[in-house]
Design a protein around this ligand. Structure first.
Ligand code: LLP
Length: 432
């Protein structure tokens, strides 16, 4: 009936998430409100973790890509599920550190890390630093030497794979700001250089081909290309790179028409390819990492809004304006991403309208979506937008000096604040 399986309707006709009444959540915590279903986050983590073990064995690790949704409570939940983390800035590292996350289970990314970020990672014993470019290698070598440390690195490689997704989230092709190109010999030269560095150990190669990808074939293809490169390094340089990180990017169901494969199928197929390629190429099975972000966080999230104005423009469209918008939900204006919406207090009614849900920002493009199928919505109704758990809170802004919403975790009928709603004083806290 709904796009996420954790949603239901109770006897009052209200939308529920993990058994919790969303209309009551809106009344208790106010709107806009981000709601995260703890049970679903946990089961997504454990499904990835368990299928990695089942299909690949002990030499595998799942890292949650915290750029999708990061806060201390999320880090604690992820840590307690026994999976690692992908962090991409000192802010994400700091959040994990403060949450008590085991730093040795973190892969630190970024195409332009500052010295301060590299030093922070080295000082705090981050598991792997995923080096993106040659100047970063040089800077890291100098930092490690000065500190008398020997960090483990991976190289971010562009495997030259075209994943079928939005141009803004494609990353595997040669024209990308991320990583070393294979075709030009750049990646090979970097590996050669790393092997001569005294203060760095080359622990793996990394690739990430893009995001919201439904097809498993490009991941299999990327694995083959990367293993081919590991074989070439072994033959020509006499070093067998022990780790392979295949990144994230698994697509999720935002709309009825989306039909992602279960994580289990993804891991089964990719593991089989890695194993058979290793056999073919005479390689030891590498330690394998994957970095799902969206697929862990997005389906577990929901955003609640209160409807304000309703504006019917005859023969053109009906606007339903809500008390949030592009500041808390930037994916429509950025990528025209589609979402399912439900009038939470009329969840068992028919969807009789096609409407445009608009935000409250001073910008015509500030929409939650267009042509959205919805129950008849009026001022005071609560609208739930589904599957917003990834890349909404994490990409939110204070545009128009709007206060960022609170984040609440729900679990089988109970709820608790994970991030407080910003106050007006928060809005001016850094102003002098
Ligand atoms: N690993 C690396 C190196 C990445 O760059 C990313 C995402 C991931 C893992 C996680 O990918 P996921 O499993 O979440 O697809 N803001 C965009 C998505 C940007 C993805 C950036 N990198 C959106 O809202 O669609």
């Amino acid at each position: 009936m709904f796009v996420s399986e954790n949603l239901g309707v109770n006897e009052k006709g209200h939308l529920t998430v993990s058994g919790t009444d969303t209309v009551e959540l809106a009344a208790e915590y106010g709107t806009p409100l981000y709601v995260m279903d703890e049970e679903m986050v946990r089961s997504n983590c454990s499904r990835f973790r368990d299928s990695m073990k089942k299909f690949y064995g002990e030499k595998g690790e799942v890292h949650y890509a915290s750029k999708a949704f990061s806060c201390m409570e999320m880090c604690r939940i992820v840590a307690s599920e026994g999976i690692g983390l992908d962090a991409v800035s000192i802010g994400e590292l700091y959040t994990a550190l403060k949450a008590g996350f085991p730093m040795e289970k973190i892969g630190f990314h970024g195409n332009n890390k500052t010295d301060a970020e590299l030093e922070f990672a080295v000082d705090n014993g981050v598991g792997h630093i995923i080096v993106d470019n040659i100047s970063e290698l040089h800077r890291l070598e100098a930092i490690a030497a000065a500190k008398g440390k020997k960090p483990a690195i991976m190289f971010r490689i562009k495997p030259g794979i075209d994943a079928h997704t939005h141009d803004f989230v494609k990353t595997g092709q040669i024209d990308s700001k991320f990583g070393f190109a294979l075709e030009t010999g750049e990646a090979f030269d970097a590996v050669k250089e790393a092997l001569s560095c005294e203060n760095i150990s080359l622990a793996g190669l990394h690739c990430h081909i893009g995001s919201q990808i439904f097809d498993i074939a490009p991941f299999e293809e990327a694995a083959k290309v990367m293993l081919g490169f590991i074989a070439k390094i072994k033959t020509e340089l006499g070093y067998e790179v022990p780790g392979l990180n295949l990144g994230g990017g698994f697509g999720i169901k935002y709309m009825d028409k989306d039909d992602p494969q279960p994580f289990e199928v993804f891991l089964e197929r990719v593991s089989a390819v890695v194993k058979s390629e290793c056999e073919k190429l005479g390689l030891t099975q590498p330690f394998m990492y994957i970095e799902p972000g969206r697929s862990i966080a997005a389906p577990a999230g929901l955003t609640l809004y209160t409807v304000g104005a309703r504006k019917e423009i005859p023969n053109i469209r009906t606007y339903i304006s809500v008390d949030g918008g592009m500041a808390d939900s930037p994916r429509y204006i950025l990528y025209k991403s589609e979402y399912e919406a439900i009038v939470a207090n009329k969840a068992n009614e028919e969807r009789t309208e096609k409407v445009t849900i608009a935000g409250k920002c001073c910008e015509s493009g500030d929409l939650i979506g267009e042509n959205m199928s919805l129950q008849h919505a009026e001022s005071g109704d609560i609208i739930a937008v589904c599957a917003t758990g990834a890349y909404n809170y994490s990409m939110s802004s204070n545009y128009n000096r709007l206060q960022k919403p609170a984040v609440v975790f729900v679990n089988k009928g109970t709820s608790r604040i994970a991030v407080k709603r910003e106050t007006l004083d928060d809005i001016i806290r850094n102003d002098v």
